[in-house]
Design a protein around this ligand. Structure first.
Ligand SMILES: [Zn+2]
Length: 366
């Protein structure tokens, strides 16, 4: 019987978590990011107070201490986005964010029970796209010579890898060279797929590489599809599936008038702006008020558009009919406009806004 990855108690056959623990974890993460975002905007929140509140939430919601830097970074990103007019930060805003992050990151991320120098060297080795092998070998020797135990060394290598991934995802995105370097590092140190994916980062690397391909004007082929699944989508002859989500919901309705809480999405026509990091999406749930659920089922992104197939209704939305995209944490919004008609909002909820937004936007521009 598997044990729950959150509370550690038995979860039942073929299960890795209790639904209740998973939901508590997810909502806890969202609340922590929200708290970090509010704290970044208000000087009266002292750092000590923020950390106390975060630590308490973390304990209640099965969030690991080592996730705190990422949560703070996500919160700061949101507060930076709230300060921008069009959702795309200016140079000054980016600089402000970096300063804020560095001043607090160093305070938070200080490792007391690990060797900071080893961790830094390991992050650099995971990110090295040239001369990587000598770096990896040198790191192995450094670890052997250190007082760090094998178990602690393994954890350190894993955490360094996760930091490297977070840094890339939060910065430039992951291209093929970076993806190869990260995987070589993991292989060299015998990190297995299960542990690499404990926070879904292995999946994010593959997704990041798919985004990089589509941004370069190529149809990504990172996901393999069973023929029977492709047949069930009923695509056009020249249409290729790019990514599948097993469980998605499609909502449709008038564009909500109160958009103060949303980032303004990008225009669908024309060159898309560069890669958007995951932090930008955190804490921005898709609206449900005023929208009607039309279909619930399998969703696909194709080279032509977005489709949802369900028992009750089939939805097909071509990229050409989208006026603007709207990013959400839990999905993507497509705003459609027709002359003399109010704008309408279509929301595809699949739990992965970062990936869907970057990929759809780039595929639409191919
Ligand atoms: Zn549990």
């Amino acid at each position: 019987m598997g044990s729950c990855r959150y509370c550690g108690r038995g979860a039942g056959w073929f299960r890795t978590s209790h639904p209740g623990c998973r939901d508590a974890h997810r909502s806890g993460l969202a609340r922590m990011v929200d708290l970090a975002a509010r704290a970044a905007e208000r000087p009266e929140f002292t750092q000590q107070r923020v950390m106390q509140l975060l630590a308490r939430l973390a304990q209640e919601c099965y969030v690991a201490d080592e996730d705190l830097p990422a949560i703070l970074a996500a919160g700061w990103h949101i507060s930076a986005m709230n300060r921008t007019v069009d959702g795309i930060p200016t140079r000054a805003e980016t600089d402000w964010l970096r300063e804020l992050r560095e001043s607090q990151f160093t305070a938070v991320a200080t490792d007391t029970h690990e060797e900071p120098a080893l961790l830094t060297a390991a992050v650099a080795a995971a990110l090295a796209t040239s001369n990587q092998t000598p770096r990896l070998e040198r790191l192995s020797r450094l670890l052997e010579q250190s007082s760090v135990t094998d178990v602690a060394g393994h954890t350190l290598l894993l955490r360094a890898w996760e930091r490297a991934v977070l840094r890339l995802l939060g910065d430039t995105g992951i291209d093929l060279d970076r993806e190869a370097a990260l995987l070589r590092y993991a292989h060299h140190f015998g990190l297995d797929d299960g542990e690499l994916d404990r926070y879904g980062m292995l999946r994010q690397i593959i997704q990041g590489a798919a985004i990089a391909a589509s941004a370069a004007g190529l149809i990504p082929h990172r996901m393999t599809f069973q023929d029977i699944v492709v047949a069930s989508l009923g695509l056009h002859r020249s249409e290729q599936p790019v990514w599948l989500f097993d469980d998605a919901e499609y909502r449709l309705g008038p564009l909500p008038s109160d958009r103060s809480a949303a980032i303004t999405g990008v225009a669908a026509a024309g060159r898309p702006p560069p890669y958007y990091p995951p932090q930008l999406f955190a804490g921005r749930q898709a609206p449900s008020d005023g929208l009607e659920t039309v279909a619930t089922g399998r969703m696909a992104l194709t080279n032509h558009g977005l489709v949802v197939r369900s028992a009750t209704a089939d939805v097909t939305l071509s990229y050409g009919s989208v006026h603007r995209w709207q990013p959400y944490q839990d999905g993507i919004g497509a705003i459609m406009a027709q002359p003399d008609q109010p704008e309408r909002l279509a929301v595809f909820l699949n739990g992965d806004g970062w990936f869907t937004y970057n990929l759809a936007r780039d595929l639409a521009a191919i």
